[in-house]
Ligand binder design. Structure first.
Ligand code: PEP
Ligand code: MN
Length: 345
């Protein structure tokens, strides 16, 4: 149920409505928009009676039932796009955010060389896995704490914010000490214990779409994090499994406008895990800008052929620089489109 208050409805009226909702047995999530207060009520109860009662309460503009199973992340609840602040960068705002770095943190030299290169070319966040979810138990599993420490060192030296993956709920506290954004990998999109734990931290989370997950399932996973208390969720499309074998996965670039219609959360595209092939990344990076994504994540390695993981989809530092240069005309159009949308909102 969504209750929209009238413009400028005073605090007392909002509090009264919240009390009424709770009296009907629902849980309240109040969302203060730029212009008006919108209250989302979640739970099971006598909806019709509650709606009628609320519509009669002072200061209420409308009270409606919402049909989507995800509520807090839906655009019905919050029509304006969420902007997620990560240090100086805002994801979902007026800047297209580029996240770049190696698949895995391997060594000080590898990470620092990459961090310096991507920072110089305009990336805002440095990625790199310290805990790696690998399909085979015999593959490199990550440097763990040592990797987190190297990421912190790269942050201190370059000023880049850090995004890194957390794989289990017991590691959330540790990873949150080192990361500015916590990544949930595709294989963990429906790890509900992990999602609940991430709801309790005060740092943004980037949730990757599962290999075989629908958009609705992705949004329900995001709803887990938000309903447990953390509103700062970034969604990431990273390719899904289809019958196609020419690429590692199939890049569902259409997910961007679909998600932007369904949710207020920002959407980042990851063409590296979607395709598995570095030669395809620059054109798909330009397409990511053109389709209106909020950002892009790519893998960069000083020597892809020596990478411990995902070398075939990693750009060299030089290829990354060229990709960023070739994106610039598209980024100019992107910024104009964002400014126009912000002005007309
Ligand atoms: C990664 O970003 O390195 C990664 C493991 O991605 P995904 O979870 O999308 O496979
Ligand atoms: Mn990878």
């Amino acid at each position: 149920m969504i209750v929209s208050m009238k413009l400028g409805a005073p605090k007392e009226q909002v509090e009264h409505v919240c009390k009424r909702i709770e009296a009907f047995g629902y849980k309240v999530h109040s969302i203060r928009g730029d212009e008006r207060v919108v209250i989302a009520a979640l739970g099971i109860g006598d909806v019709t009676h509650c709606l009628e009662s609320l519509e009669a309460a002072p200061g209420v503009e409308s009270a409606v039932r919402i049909s989507a199973p995800y509520k807090l992340v839906s655009r019905q609840v919050k029509p304006e796009r969420s902007q997620i602040r990560v240090d100086g960068a805002v994801i979902g705002g007026g800047e297209f955010i580029v996240i770049a770095g190696p698949c895995s943190v391997e060594s000080e030299k590898q990470l620092m060389t990459t961090a310096r290169a991507v920072a110089r070319c305009g990336a805002r966040l440095l990625r790199g896995g310290a805990f790696k979810p690998r399909t085979s138990p015999y593959d490199f599993q990550g440097l763990e704490l040592e990797g987190l420490k190297l990421l912190r060192q790269a942050r201190e030296e370059t000023g880049l914010s850090i995004i890194t993956e957390v794989m289990t709920d017991s590691d959330v506290g540790l990873v949150a000490e080192y990361a500015d954004v916590l990544q949930i990998g595709a294989r963990n999109m429906q790890n509900f214990a992990l999602l609940k734990a991430l709801g309790k931290i005060g740092k943004p989370v980037m949730l990757k779409r599962g290999l075989s997950s629908t958009i609705k399932e992705l949004l329900l996973s995001a709803e887990y994090v938000v309903s447990h208390g953390n509103p700062d969720v970034i969604l990431c499309e990273r390719g899904i499994r289809t019958f196609e074998t020419a690429t590692r996965n199939t890049f569902d670039i259409g997910a961007v406008p679909v998600l932007h219609e369904m949710t207020h959360l920002p959407v980042v595209l990851d063409p590296a895990h979607a395709t598995g092939k570095s030669s395809l990344i620059p054109s798909l990076a330009r397409a990511s800008v053109a389709v209106g994504a909020d950002g892009l994540m790519v893998e960069v390695h000083p020597s892809p052929e020596e990478a411990f993981s995902d070398g075939a989809q990693s750009l060299t530092c030089e290829q990354f620089e060229r990709m960023m240069r070739e994106m610039e005309p598209y980024l100019k159009l992107w910024r104009e489109a964002r400014a126009t949308a912000a002005a007309s909102a």
